[in-house]
Each structure stands twice: as C-alpha cells, then as structure tokens.
Ligand binder design. Structure first.
Ligand SMILES: C[C@H](O)[C@@H](O)[C@@H](O)C(=O)COP(=O)(O)O
Length: 216
C-alpha cells in the first residue's frame, strides 16, 4: 500500500479531531504530502471511522493514484496550499468557535499574541461554495504572507503545518484563539493588541532562549 504510514497517521488525527470536537459527523478533512503524492481523507466519511485503506492517494495534480474511495471534496484546496506554501499537511475543521468567527468577522482580531504562532492575524477567506476552485483560491489568498491558518467565511477553519502534528496543533490553537475571542466579547470589549505590541512579541519570539542565570 502506498503511503501506508501517512494514511495511518490521517486516521489517528481524524480520531483526535473528532474526539476534541473540532469536527463532527462527516465534516472536516485532512491530508499529508510525501513528495509528489498526497494522502487525503475520503469524501463524506466520519473522520473517526476511517481505516488507512479508506484514504485515497492522489498526485499533486489531483489525479487518483491509489484507493477505492473518492478523495475529499476539498482536495483542490489542500493541493492549492501545497502548491503555494511549505506545507506538508493540511487540516480543515468545522470547529465551533472558529465557525462563529468565520460567520461574523473578516479577521480574528489579535487580542492574544499567540496569533503570531499562526503567522500573524488570521484572516477570513471570502465565501465560496465548498469544494470549488474559487474557495481554494480564496483560502490561498487568505494565507498569503506566511500564515499557517485561515478561517473560511460561513464554513470553518484550515491550518497547515510542516508535518501532520504541526497542522493538527495549529488547528487546536486556532480554535483556542477563536474561543478566547468569542468569550471575551461576551464579557466586554476585548483590547486588541496594536501592531507595535505584536511586533515586540514577534522580536522576542525570535530571540534565542535566555541562558539560565544564578539567582543570588
Ligand atoms: C459538505 C462538506 O461537508 C464540506 O463542508 C467540506 O468542507 C467538509 O468539511 C467535508 O467534505 P469531505 O467529506 O468531502 O471531505
């Protein structure tokens, strides 16, 4: 079986996405790239019920290389991100808070500096019907500038990573940031960090870790 390990990893992440509530039912999809091949979750299947054999393998043009099931309807979006970024994995969710922000905002206001871990302020990609090349183009545009995450208007969220674990952790972080924002709005008017405040944090994140010092 081609990409056996990668297909098994998709099943593992699928179970974790469902277990943490980032996807429900047959929503969401995941892919991982290995060279010119991409293992992707099948369309219309619950992500916690898949076996490696259920996950088709396509090439970077989208042609089916191995597998009995049809690839996810969002495969064009996954492939667009592989074409334009350094991603080796893509995770698409319909997480609750991410979707709340995606239905109401044009970007996720940076009220917590950990948005920088996702490459900057998270944008909401313009709406287009799921599975279309238009949606893929909007998501790719929203990710420009080295971003690792985007929200999709009236739909959900998408994250990339240099491997599947990183893409999964980015999906968790995106949902956490959206959850903090939505809850903060319920309490009051959240303070939005300024560009200068974010730039200072970005500089600090790039600094090498401080060497331990003796406390006298
Ligand atoms: C209608 C689909 O569920 C759509 O919302 C898609 O974005 C999705 O999350 C799952 O599609 P696939 O089952 O085709 O991966």
């Amino acid at each position: 079986m081609l990409l056996e390990e990668e297909r098994a990893a998709l099943c593992d992440v699928g179970r974790r996405l469902a277990g943490t509530g980032l996807v429900t039912g047959a929503s969401g999809n995941v892919s991982v790239r290995a060279g010119d091949l991409v293992a992707v979750t099948p369309g219309g299947m619950m992500l916690d019920r898949m076996t490696p054999a259920d996950c088709p393998v396509v090439d970077v043009e989208g042609y089916l290389v191995e597998g009995e099931r049809a690839p996810s309807s969002e495969t064009p979006m996954h492939l667009a991100l592989y074409a334009e970024t350094d991603a080796a994995a893509v995770v698409h969710t319909h997480s609750t808070y991410g979707t709340v922000v995606a239905t109401t905002m044009t970007e996720l206001p940076p009220i917590h500096y950990n948005t920088l871990l996702l490459g900057g302020v998270v944008r909401v990609a313009e709406y287009a019907t799921y599975g279309t090349p238009e949606l893929a183009a909007h998501v790719r545009a929203a990710m420009e500038g080295g971003r690792r995450a985007a929200l999709m208007a009236n739909h959900g969220g998408v994250t990339i990573g240099r491997d599947l674990e990183e893409a999964y952790e980015n999906a968790r972080l995106l949902e956490w940031l959206c959850g903090v924002y939505v809850r903060a709005r319920a309490v009051g008017e959240p303070r939005v960090l300024t560009d200068e405040q974010l730039a200072r944090v970005a500089d600090r994140m790039l600094e090498p870790p401080a060497r331990p010092r003796r406390v006298t």
